[in-house]
Design a protein around this ligand. Structure first.
Ligand SMILES: NC(=O)c1ccc[n+]([C@@H]2O[C@H](COP(=O)([O-])OP(=O)(O)OC[C@H]3O[C@@H](n4cnc5c(N)ncnc54)[C@H](OP(=O)(O)O)[C@@H]3O)[C@@H](O)[C@H]2O)c1
Length: 237
């Protein structure tokens, strides 16, 4: 039993959400593939907060691991999914291997579907997925990720009907400074500065911006079947 199960909670936005919920006294369980990353995240969380932090190793792309995860947790009030491995997925379509494209779909889309399948009957409050701005503002270097993010909206709508009264939503972040950017061969600071100058919010997002959005969607009992854009106005640029 856990108050919040965060799949992808070992870093970035998921870790920021774990920190926020623990500070409010909730029990949190973070999930990812690397036990080292999970242990480091738990140590950091336990240094700064009082709440109970659980860790479970699971790959969201593998059904037997997702089934075992929910069997072990038994019950969760809220489930949040931030898991995504973007290795090799950014680049022109001609340069991305089909194995990489399948891996993106397996984790981001089918992984989300597996969570809906195995959370059914075990989650009592809400499921919140994470898509991304590239579904709405593709830039020619992330087409398969954009496609998986776009499909998450339709999955969310379907599950919001199917799993009701459990609420199912998706947050679509804009650019947020997290470890995911370290996998990309680019000058991150220059790219951030260029985009920040064009965004209505005049800055790049922080993991806490997204954590606060997760919290509002989790807490508001009248939000379901919704895409919440938390992108500093990126869609308008
Ligand atoms: N940062 C941005 O600018 C941005 C913008 C738009 C959308 N997003 C989306 O926001 C979400 C969170 O990203 P982030 O920026 O917080 O990235 P992040 O720091 O890289 O976090 C992703 C987490 O997911 C875990 N993970 C990856 N593959 C997994 C799998 N197959 N099964 C279970 N866990 C897995 C990783 O841990 P392990 O490697 O240990 O498994 C990692 O802790 C992602 O879905 C991303 O696409 C990010």
């Amino acid at each position: 039993m856990t108050d919040a199960l965060i799949i992808g909670g070992g870093s970035g936005m998921g870790l920021a959400l774990a920190r926020t919920l623990l500070a409010e006294g909730m029990d949190v369980t973070i999930v990812g593939r690397s036990t080292d990353r999970l242990s480091a995240a738990r140590a950091e969380l336990e240094r700064t907060t009082q709440g109970k932090v659980g860790t479970i190793r699971a790959d969201i792309g593998r059904e037997e691991e997702v089934a075992a995860l929910f069997a072990r947790v038994e019950r969760a009030e809220h489930v949040v999914v931030t898991a995504m491995d973007a290795s090799g997925a950014y680049g022109r379509t001609a340069d991305v291997t089909s194995a990489t494209a399948r891996a993106v779909v397996d984790t981001k889309l089918l992984g989300a579907w597996l969570v809906g399948k195995h959370a059914a009957g075990r989650v009592t409050g809400s499921i919140t997925y994470t898509s991304g701005i590239n579904a709405y503002r593709p830039n020619g270097s992330n087409t398969i990720v954009a496609a998986a993010n776009g499909a998450l909206t339709a999955l969310t709508y379907g599950l919001a009907i199917e799993l009701a009264p459990v609420r199912v939503n998706v947050i679509s972040p804009g650019w947020v400074d997290t470890p995911v950017w370290d996998q990309l061969a680019m000058d991150k600071q220059a790219a951030f500065a260029e985009l920040a100058g064009r965004l209505p919010a005049r800055r790049i997002g922080t993991p806490d911006d997204i954590a606060q959005a997760f919290v509002s969607v989790m807490r508001n009992g009248f939000i379901t079947g919704t895409v919440l854009h938390v992108d500093g106005g990126h869609r308008l640029t």
